[in-house]
Design a protein around this ligand. Structure first.
Ligand code: PLP
Length: 164
């Protein structure tokens, strides 16, 4: 029966419950190749991805600084993590830099969270400037590509750090 086959998809549950199938790994591989990453991990939804990844990677000794227009799922992830949270004005990397200059030494790890393309305003993040700030302050950078992967970039890999 097809629904018991190990290599067919099913709507029964997430892979952690109903099993990791070869198709999941093919999808992970294809996504990693698309964005030029070592590996990828697909989760059941964009919302669950933000809650799970931010909620589990960050903790009470950490700081999360996010764009003021960040999607609600990013804020839910911040709450779940127990980390301190500080928004910075939309696309204002100079203020982000100032915030981190003032407080970076109070935290174990810092995560900067932005979106590649902002769905409500239709504008984009300046990834080159964000990477410079991330490197300067030894922070992690997370780019939510919900509105850019598959459609932006030369090969659909998402919003590029060097547009054009
Ligand atoms: C930036 C961003 N991240 C995450 C999500 C949640 O994605 P999903 O609807 O796949 O759960 C959305 C939804 O629109 C979004 O705009």
């Amino acid at each position: 029966m097809w629904w018991l086959s190990a290599d067919r998809p099913s709507v029964s549950a997430a892979r952690i419950l109903s099993g990791n199938r070869p198709l999941h790994e093919e999808l992970d591989r294809a996504l990693a190749d698309l964005i030029g990453a070592e590996d990828a991990l697909t989760l059941v939804s964009g919302h669950a991805t933000n809650v799970t990844v931010i909620g589990h990677l960050m903790g009470p000794d950490d700081l999360i600084v996010h764009d003021a227009l960040a999607h609600d799922s990013i804020l839910q992830g911040c709450r779940q993590s127990g980390a301190a949270r500080q928004p910075f004005p939309h696309n204002d990397t100079a203020t982000l830099d100032r915030i981190l200059t003032n407080v970076r030494d109070r935290y174990r790890r810092v995560l900067i969270v932005v979106e590649g393309v902002y769905s409500m305003d239709g504008d984009t993040a300046d990834l080159a400037a964000l990477i410079a700030v991330k490197q300067k302050h030894d922070a992690l950078l997370m780019v939510d590509e919900a509105h850019s992967i598959g459609v932006m970039g030369k090969t659909g890999g998402g919003w590029p750090s060097t547009p054009g």
